[in-house]
Ligand binder design. Structure first.
Ligand SMILES: Cc1ncc(COP(=O)(O)O)c(C=O)c1O
Length: 422
């Protein structure tokens, strides 16, 4: 038996790569913040080397409606743990399917007006597993993918060996059509896109995309991760709001953002769901979601379907926040969604402003840097929700006004993002 004495080159590789990442100002640091369920969006930050915590108001949560702290949702999780235990105990096939799983899939199918639904352990996995499985099913698939699609969709598309990927310009239907025209008529085609693009906050033309899909006989796959729970009369997403859910073949969503819990899903026709249930590796070979998570998600989806007030309140809060930013002269990018990006323009500035917001003003806004967004368009991404008060908004606007003036753009940064302001 030989014993390896030499240092494996991967260790040096990691050191060098990390040094490069640090140099570019995109080394990832996490800010541990403990959410206070009864005071959302207030969190507690533990101060280093002390037992003392301090209050922080979070402005970047994706629990857009605060469903993750709803007492009914939390109680559903707690009683499911008491009744069924902490974990699922197996894959869906191996004793990991409870009546709760079936009920949630039925509820999600109804939410989107589809025949069937299928749960995955996360939204990421639902995209990766579904797209990869579909695009390796028949020979010759061509996937038309929006340039700004999420990493999880890209992982599924790239992982589909044997298929061809054609990237079309973001939300550009003329470019999509030009690319569809150029493709062989008989090839099986799929158009993969999102409804709300979470970093820019723009919304795709779903009806227009579906019209092209019909014209060129393409299947449509939409990621509604940042829209489910928030748009449409019952929270069915932009497809519901625009009355086009029936035109989209596969609607994918998460239970972790607008529904505030955890997990991912797709809804589609019975045979597509049955096929993915029977063949998608990322569905089959992993322990299913714990009953507590499924029970909480089911309670959340039911509440969100039935009650409009949180959606309405969230949009009112977003508008109020924008009005306050506007009147204080703080730049932000106007979007047709609930997302409020504040352009910052370079990674270091973004990090410094985010850190100073936290240290000096007790507010948290995540810095969004490359590779999540292109260089020069670094930003803070704010998501006002139903529980952000006017006072919290005034504090945030005042802090941003000071820091955006005080912290200069580095010489390497561009000013392009700053000119996007509303
Ligand atoms: C567009 C999009 N799709 C999918 C996901 C993955 O969803 P989840 O967080 O449930 O894994 C995300 C996560 O942020 C996302 O932004």
């Amino acid at each position: 038996m030989s014993i390896r004495n030499a240092r494996h080159p991967f260790y040096d590789f990691c050191d060098e790569a990390l040094a490069g990442i640090r140099e570019q100002g995109r080394y990832r640091t996490f800010t541990p913040l403990a959410r206070e369920a009864s005071r959302y969006p207030v969190y507690e930050e533990e101060l280093p080397n002390t037992d003392i915590g301090r209050e922080v108001v979070v402005w970047s949560s994706n629990d857009y409606l605060g469903m993750g702290v709803e007492p009914e949702v939390c109680e559903a999780a707690i009683s499911a743990i008491r009744e069924h235990g902490a974990g699922a105990g197996g894959t869906r096939n191996i004793a990991g399917t409870s009546p709760l799983h079936k009920a949630l899939e039925t509820e999600l199918a109804a939410l989107h007006g589809k025949e069937a639904g299928l749960l995955f352990v996360s939204g990421y996995v639902s995209n990766q597993a579904s797209l990869q499985t579909i695009l390796t099913s028949m020979p010759g698939w061509i996937c038309f993918s929006d340039r700004l699609n999420h990493a999880s969709m890209i992982a599924g598309i790239k992982g589909a060996r044997g298929s061809t990927t054609v990237i079309y310009e973001h939300n550009d239907l003329a470019d999509l059509e030009a690319k569809l025209v150029a493709a062989p008529v008989d090839a099986p085609k799929l158009i993969a896109f999102e409804s709300v693009y979470s970093m820019d906050g723009d919304i795709s033309d779903i009806a227009g995309t579906c019209a092209l899909a019909r014209k060129y006989n393409a299947l449509t796959y939409i990621d509604e991760v940042h829209a489910v729970g928030l748009y449409g009369e019952h929270g069915g997403g932009v497809t519901e709001r625009d009355g086009v859910a029936a035109q989209v073949d596969i609607i994918e969503g998460t239970l972790a953002k607008g529904f505030g819990v955890h997990g991912g899903y797709i809804t589609a026709s019975a045979q597509i769901v049955d096929y993915l249930r029977s063949t998608a590796s990322g569905f089959i070979f992993t322990t299913s979601l714990p009953p507590s998570v499924v029970a909480a998600a089911l309670a959340s989806v039911k509440m969100v379907r039935a009650q409009n007030w949180r959606r309405e309140k969230m949009f009112e809060r977003v508008e109020t926040f924008r009005a306050k930013m506007r009147s204080a002269g703080v730049p932000f990018t106007m979007t047709p969604s609930h997302i409020v990006p504040v352009p910052v323009g370079d990674a270091e500035r973004c990090k410094v402003i985010s850190q100073r917001l936290l240290n000096e003003y007790g507010v948290y806004a995540t810095p969004i840097n490359y590779p999540t967004v292109p260089h020069g368009t670094e930003r803070l991404r704010l998501t006002p929700g139903p529980y952000h008060t006017d006072e919290m908004m005034d504090d945030m606007v005042a802090a941003l006004k000071i820091l955006l003036t005080e912290v200069p753009l580095a010489a390497t940064g561009t000013t392009q993002a700053l000119t996007e302001a509303a």
